[in-house]
Write a new protein. Structure first.
Length: 195
């Protein structure tokens, strides 16, 4: 009888150790984020009026979004969330935020500079880009797979997460707090991938 009880205790200890081992493995690294597409190289103009070459984004994760300055719909809410992300992510080295206008004819660098000030954008981290409609359409369609620009300025209100190699790793709706939390977890996961 005593032998049976000791066998039961050993079995219980083995199960406990195995459970602890597998729990430690699952906490060590999050599941890798999927790869959706690759953003093609691009050259546009920043809100400062200076040329912006996408090569400055290489090597570190970045966030991307599409908007237009005269939007009275979802853009203000989305950019308020991006401001919050800017403030919450200073600890992530070299993380940039890139907002592409879908109305380049009206969103000049001067208009974008005023818009950036409205959202307290850190000019060292958050870029508002304008330029050729064809270039922005190519980036939207081929890089982010969200369709080309159209005359109605309809656009995605998702915030995209891109890794240091220019690969899109996530599309996160900007209207829900749970999705913003998932985006923050995605940023953390990308930085862990590179550590």
């Amino acid at each position: 009888m005593a032998y049976c009880c000791s066998t039961g205790a050993i079995r219980s200890r083995r199960e406990w150790l195995a459970a602890g081992f597998f729990a430690a493995l699952s906490c060590a690294r999050p599941k890798p984020l999927p790869v959706y597409s690759t953003v093609p190289p691009f050259r546009l103009t920043a809100q400062t009026g200076a040329p912006f070459d996408s090569t400055v984004l290489g090597g570190a994760p970045w966030l991307a979004s599409f908007f237009f300055a005269s939007c009275n719909g979802p853009c203000p809410r989305m950019n308020a969330e991006i401001y919050n992300l800017q403030e919450q992510t200073y600890s992530y080295r070299n993380l940039k935020l890139v907002s592409f206008t879908v109305d380049p004819e009206h969103d000049t660098p001067e208009v974008l500079a005023a818009y950036a000030r409205r959202y307290k954008a850190d000019p060292a981290r958050w870029y508002f880009l304008t330029g050729s409609r064809d270039t922005i359409s190519t980036v939207a369609r081929d890089g982010f797979q969200i369709g080309a620009l159209d005359a109605a300025q309809s656009h995605s209100t998702r915030i995209m997460l891109i890794d240091g190699a220019g690969r899109v790793r996530g599309h996160y709706p900007s209207a829900e707090k749970d999705d913003i939390q998932a985006l923050l977890a995605g940023i953390s996961a990308l930085y862990q991938e590179n550590s």
